[in-house]
Design a protein around this ligand. Structure first.
Ligand SMILES: [Zn+2]
Length: 213
């Protein structure tokens, strides 16, 4: 089963986010997410272990290459239980979260390099773990992207990059146009309303606002 790197992924506290405007750091190319020492870390899809390293900054680090070619790194680990070259199954445990390296406390730092190679000076090769993992783990949600969805209870949502923004019930046409104009990719937006099952609705994480950070 495909899965997120940690259990209860959706409800964990986020620290530094991937190039988010409010927490921008030129040196932060991944996502920091709360984790205690010794929690299971999973490989999201099939893949293999590209490397295992240890350094003063990243601490114990595991380098995974997923079946789609992404290089995914987990930093600051307590323990690594796989070896370089080892093939991995979907959801296989690869190590335990920890507090190694330069940290202010236990957490998981993860980053994703799209083409499978780490180039620290090439920002365009790093992708946002938050939104991209969501689509990787729940690929069936892809079909709702850039659409207005309506659930069986009559609630409406705008879906962008794997997250839903729940629209106010009394939204009029003018307000809708305003919403669409503020979307990251307004031209890609399909104005048709798509019915969504309650199960799929519940599986889509909520975006608190239309910036979808
Ligand atoms: Zn970090």
């Amino acid at each position: 089963m495909r899965r997120f790197p940690l259990d209860n992924w959706e409800t964990r506290q986020r620290g530094y986010k991937f190039l988010s405007p409010t927490t921008y750091s030129a040196h932060h190319l991944g996502l920091d997410i709360s984790a205690n020492i010794g929690e299971n870390l999973y490989c999201p899809t099939k893949g293999f272990v590209a490397n295992v390293t240890s350094g003063p900054q990243g601490g114990k680090t595991i380098w995974l290459v997923l079946e789609n070619g992404w290089l995914v790194r987990y930093l600051h680990l307590d323990k690594i239980v796989v070896a370089p070259g080892q093939p991995l199954e979907e959801g296989q445990i690869v190590g335990k979260s920890g507090n190694s390296g330069l940290t202010t406390g236990p957490h998981l730092h993860m980053d994703i390099s799209r083409d499978g190679e780490l180039r620290l000076n090439d920002l365009s090769n790093f992708i946002d773990p938050e939104v991209n993992l969501q689509m990787l783990v729940h690929p069936s949600m892809d079909k709702y992207n850039d659409k207005i969805v309506r659930n069986p209870l009559g609630q409406f949502g705008l879906v962008v990059r794997g997250k839903k923004f729940i629209m106010p019930q009394d939204l009029g046409t003018l307000a809708l146009i305003t919403f669409l104009q503020r979307l990251p990719s307004p031209n890609a937006f399909d104005p048709a309303i798509v019915n969504i099952s309650q199960q799929d609705w519940d599986a889509l994480p909520v975006s608190p606002n239309l910036s979808f950070n």
